[in-house]
Design a protein around this ligand. Sequence first.
Ligand code: AMP
Ligand code: GLY
Length: 420
Amino acid sequence: MKVLVIGGGGREHAVCRALSRSKRITKLLCAPGNGGIASVAQCVPIAATDIPALVGYAKENAVDFVVVTPDAPLALGLVDALEEAGVKAFGPRANAAIIESSKVFSKNLMRKYGIPTAEYEVFTELYAAEAYIREKGAPIVVKADGLALGKGVVVAETVDEALTAAREMMLDKKFGESGSRVVIEECMTGPEVTVLAFTDGKTICPMPSSQDHKRVFDGNKGPNTGGMGAFVPSPHYTPEIAKECMERIFRPTIDAMNSEGRPFKGVIYFGLMLTPKGPRVVEYNARFGDPEAQPLLTLLETDLLDIFEAVREERLAELDIVWRDEAACCVVMASGGYPGAYEKGYEITGLDTVPNDIIVYHAGTTLDGGVYRTNGGRVLGVTATGPTLAKAAERAYDGVTCIHFKNAHYRKDIAKNIRF
Ligand code: AMP
Ligand code: GLY
């Protein structure tokens, strides 16, 4: 089979590596891919959001199956366009991907179906948002409605901070049209856990739990990023909590999407907060998390293509998905300055000295005449497994110390001193 993966980050490198082990794949392609992905797949220079060009390429090159993992092409309807052109595709259709691309949609869905989440109101007028912030007081959370590269959320400690955030989103259009509507919600407290699940709209198969580190600096300081590291499993996600989440959150969400005529097929991401009042949804995503996919897929034993096909054909109930019973940790090495402005093009050295049991997923790199260079904010995701979380983390950091590039920045506390 000829399989095309859409995207070019660390998550797509992890998806491509897992697929490259599938015996049924004769040709693996990735658009646009990156320097590291080129070692497991043939990179195709088409942007992940160029829907007509991707559909055209898949048709002309007789691609058998397309895997869509980034948020933007899902929201733009790439899966719909491919299927309508007769190309099989994995991922939710645009009418289901909206669970991620509109926070107003997802909050209203949760309210309508009684799925536990933070109390909230939606605003399209700045003066009304300001009045609500003043009435509720701080801490309070301000969220842009649409996609904003994981940066459209401000957890404000003071009323002034919340007012500034609302003004920047609604008036200054800091995130463009994404901020023309905002959700203002109650600030929840408790450990955060991510649970990703494969679902075909009928069966839900949760993956092992994971945890992301969104802030750029150690001790959860500094601005939010796309994610500076992740580990599997979360020590907080007990079998009792898992059961409660399945009954009160996962199953009701999939049922709600069916009731709305928006069946969800793909990977659904439940961002959860384990509050004193029980687990609540912080956010949904319509895809694998990045970097959560890197440690997760490193532990996957089952053929990933079999899973993707079973999801598309609504046969997930037939599959027994097997994960290695171990821990895994991914440490992101980023460009200095990220998530703000940063330089690109620096040579990456030491990759060939990383021990074989450590996997270096490439996020923002190019391969230029045999030399790897930095080409993005998040550059690499150094990933290791181990019998315990501590051992997996220690091994991932062994890998990090082998690798060098100018202004490299990484958190030193991924999976360590987990504070809740
Ligand atoms: P989101 O993009 O919605 O996942 O938000 C980014 C981060 O902001 C989350 O991972 C949380 O750490 C934090 N956050 C979002 N909503 C809330 C909330 N209602 N209460 C507390 N923290 C929140
Ligand atoms: N790691 C968070 C996300 O992928 O949205």
